[in-house]
Design a protein. Structure first.
Length: 228
């Protein structure tokens, strides 16, 4: 049906690309995105997001092209919103493509897009890429840290062998009555598990129960890991 359409605009292209990647056909979606460019269709943020959602486009080895398209979009004053940027960052973090984050961060600063939402994704991306110092730089630069900001940094530190620092962040949140959720406690428990702090992990677990969160299998698993 798409091939039979006389006029194919960016909306119809985006729908088809999105359908491909959501149904596990990343290669077809990537090829379709290439066809879109070849036909000279103006690319907008929706089309770019359709191409990278599900990590389809970047996992097929087209990360460099996706970066080029993003730069071209900015040059044409087609400005992706914070949701699009966060989704793209998440995709590139999964394939350890950290260079893209530098481009995103510069773009965010220049355009004044909703900073904190994108910064949380930057922290996550840099942590996945093993660049925890960059993640910490973004974290410290974030003026209004929400629960996602703290959780992302705690998890990132633990992933990069800095569990003591992650527990230190938990102590700061807890002692200052900061915003917390299940993920906050679980991140602290996982940090304790990696360095064998059994008693400290039990203390955090107790606080989780007092906090009123549900006692679920994921937390039990984390406790069992460092109890062995």
């Amino acid at each position: 049906m798409f091939d039979e359409m006389y006029v194919r605009d960016v909306v119809s292209w985006s729908l088809v690309i999105s359908s491909y990647v959501r149904n596990g056909k990343a290669k077809e979606g990537s090829e379709m995105f290439g066809d879109l460019v070849s036909e000279g269709v103006e690319i907008d943020s929706v089309a770019l997001l359709s191409a990278v959602e599900g990590r389809g486009y970047v996992q097929e080895g087209f990360s460099g092209k996706a970066l080029t398209f993003f730069v071209d979009m900015v040059g044409k004053e087609i400005l992706p919103d914070s949701y699009t940027l966060a989704s793209v960052l998440s995709a590139f973090g999964d394939i350890r493509f950290s260079e893209f984050g530098c481009q995103i961060y510069s773009h965010v600063i220049r355009t004044g897009i909703s900073m904190d939402f994108v910064k949380n994704s930057l922290i996550d991306m840099y942590s996945k890429c093993g660049l925890v110092d960059y993640a910490l730089m973004i974290f410290k630069d974030t003026q209004e840290k929400n629960v996602v900001t703290w959780n992302s940094m705690m998890c990132g530190l633990t992933q990069n062998g800095c569990s003591r620092e992650a527990i230190g962040l938990f102590d700061v949140i807890y002692s200052n009555f900061g915003e917390m959720d299940e993920v906050t406690f679980l991140a602290a428990i996982q940090a304790c598990s990696t360095i064998g702090w059994l008693e400290r992990g039990k203390w955090v677990h107790h606080k989780l129960i007092v906090f009123g969160s549900r006692h679920d299998i994921y937390i039990d698993t984390a406790l069992n890991r460092y109890a062995c």
